[in-house]
Design a protein around this ligand. Structure first.
Ligand code: PLP
Length: 398
C-alpha cells in the first residue's frame, strides 16, 4: 500500500507542468519543439524592477519579513487597488504570498470545510479544483457555453447554489479562455451572491493588465457583497515576474488574518528581495505592462488570422490573457497516419507534440475536454511556424 496520504493521492499533477515535462524530454533529444503549453510571459522582468532587487540585496534586505508582507508593499498594494480598481483597502486587509497561487491556496484552505461545495467556473485554471480537493471540499464545475465565450452566467450560478455551497472561484481575464467579465455581468453575479449570504467569492484577477477590451471589472466593487469577496492578484503576468513568486490577496480583515495564520505555518511569507522588487514594480505604475500588452494583442490577432483557416478549430476571440482556446472535437475519432485513433483532446495534444513538434495542453485539465489551450506568449515567428505545422499535421488525419 502507498504510504502517501489520501489527500495527496486524490490530487492530480498539474497538467500544464506535465505537458511541459514531456516537451522538455523531446527537446533534450534535440527535437525542435515549439512550446505553447506554458502560461508564462516570454518577456524579461523590466530593468527597473531588477535594479530594485539588486539594491535590496545591497541594502541588506536578507531577513524574514512580517508574514503578510513588508508594510510598504502592503500600502503600495492598497494604493494600486485605489488607483486601478477604485477599491478601498487598509494594509491589514492585504496578505502578500509566494505567488497568486499561494494566495488562492491560503484562501481555499482558510475558508473551506470538508464536504462544503465550491463552485468553480469552467473552463477553469488547472489548480482550482485540486486546491478544493486538498481542503477536502467538493468541487462543483459550472461550464460556460461557447456562445457566451465560455462565461458562466448569473442564472447558471443561481441554479447551482445549494445550502452546502461555501465559495465560488473564477478568473477574469480567464485562463484558459481569455474571456473578460464585464461590470454588468459581475453585477448580475453579485445580485445572486447577495441572496446567499453563506457564499464567498474568490476572484482571481492575475491577468488584470492583459486585457484587450479596456475595462477591468472587480466583483469586490459591489457594495452588498464586497465583504465576502477575496480578490487575488500578483506580479507574474502583468510585470513578467513568474520566477520571483510574488502575489497577494485583499479580503475582509478577519479573512486576511486567517490567511496570514495559514501562511505563518507553511511559508512564513515570501522572499524579502522579491517583495522589495514588487514595491518598485507597483511604484513604477503599469506602463511596462502596457508595452507587453501591445505585443500580446498583436500576437493574438496574428494567431487568430492563421487559425481561422484551420477547419474544425472553433476559436472565440480572447478579450485578455495570452491564450487561444479552440474547440477541437471535430478531430475526435479521426485516424492518425500510424493507424491510431485520436479519441480525446489529450490524444490530439500528444499527436501534435509528436508530429508537429508543438506542445499544447488538452482541455481536460481545464474542465473542457473538447478544447485545447495554446499559449500565444511566444515570438511572432515562432507562433506563425507553430500554427503552420499544426495545420499541416491536422491535414494528415484521416
Ligand atoms: N491564477 C491564474 C489564472 C493563473 O493562470 C496563474 C498562473 O499561471 C496563477 C493564478 C498563479 O500565478 P503566480 O505565478 O502568481 O502564482
Amino acid at each position: 500500500v502507498s504510504p502517501l496520504s489520501h489527500r495527496l493521492l486524490a490530487m492530480n499533477e498539474s497538467a500544464t507542468i506535465a505537458m511541459v515535462k514531456k516537451a522538455r524530454e523531446l527537446m533534450a533529444k534535440g527535437i525542435d519543439i515549439i512550446n505553447l503549453s506554458f502560461g508564462e510571459p516570454d518577456f524579461q522582468t523590466p530593468q527597473y524592477i531588477k535594479d530594485a532587487a539588486k539594491q535590496a540585496l545591497d541594502d541588506g534586505y536578507t531577513f524574514y519579513t512580517p508574514v503578510p508582507g513588508i508594510p510598504e508593499l502592503r500600502q503600495a498594494i492598497c494604493d494600486k487597488f485605489k488607483r486601478d480598481n477604485q477599491l478601498d483597502f487598509q494594509p491589514n486587509q492585504i496578505v502578500v504570498s509566494t505567488g497568486a497561487k499561494q494566495a488562492l491556496a491560503n484562501a481555499v484552505l482558510s475558508l473551506v470545510n470538508p464536504g462544503e461545495e465550491v463552485i468553480v467556473f469552467a473552463p477553469y485554471w488547472v489548480s482550482y479544483e485540486e486546491m478544493v480537493k486538498l481542503a477536502e471540499g467538493v468541487p462543483v464545475t459550472l461550464v460556460g457555453t461557447l456562445e457566451n465565450e465560455y462565461k458562466v452566467t448569473a442564472a447558471q450560478l443561481e441554479a447551482a447554489i445549494t445550502p452546502r455551497t461555501k465559495l465560488i472561484m473564477y478568473s477574469s481575464p480567464c485562463n484558459p479562455t481569455g474571456a473578460v467579465f464585464s461590470r454588468e455581468e459581475l453585477g448580475e453575479i453579485a445580485e445572486v451572491l447577495a441572496r446567499h449570504p453563506q457564499v464567498y467569492a474568490l476572484a482571481d484577477e492575475i491577468y488584470e493588465y492583459i486585457n484587450f477590451v479596456g475595462e477591468h471589472a472587480s466583483l469586490a466593487h459591489f457594495e452588498a457583497i464586497k465583504d465576502r469577496v477575496i480578490t487575488v492578484n500578483g506580479f507574474s503576468k502583468g510585470y513578467a515576474m513568474t520566477g520571483w513568486r510574488l502575489g497577494y490577496l485583499a479580503a475582509r480583515q478577519d479573512i486576511a488574518a486567517a490567511c496570514e495564520k495559514m501562511q505563518s505555518q507553511i511559508t512564513s511569507g515570501t522572499c524579502s528581495i522579491a517583495q522589495r522588487a514588487g514595491l518598485a514594480a507597483l511604484r513604477g505604475g503599469r506602463s511596462s505592462a502596457d508595452e507587453m500588452v501591445a505585443a500580446y494583442r498583436r500576437r493574438r490577432d496574428l494567431v487568430l488570422d492563421i487559425v481561422k483557416d484551420i477547419p474544425g478549430f472553433n476559436t472565440p476571440t480572447p478579450s485578455g490573457a495570452f491564450y487561444i482556446f479552440p474547440e477541437v472535437s471535430a478531430y475526435f475519432n479521426r485516424l492518425a497516419p500510424d493507424g491510431s485513433t485520436i479519441a480525446t483532446s489529450m490524444d490530439l495534444a500528444l499527436y501534435l507534440l509528436n508530429d508537429a513538434h508543438v506542445s499544447a495542453v488538452s482541455g481536460d485539465a481545464f474542465g473542457a475536454p473538447e478544447c485545447m489551450r495554446f499559449s500565444t506568449a511566444a515570438a511572432d515567428d515562432k507562433l506563425v511556424e507553430a500554427f503552420r505545422r499544426i495545420k499541416a499535421s491536422l491535414a494528415k488525419l484521416g
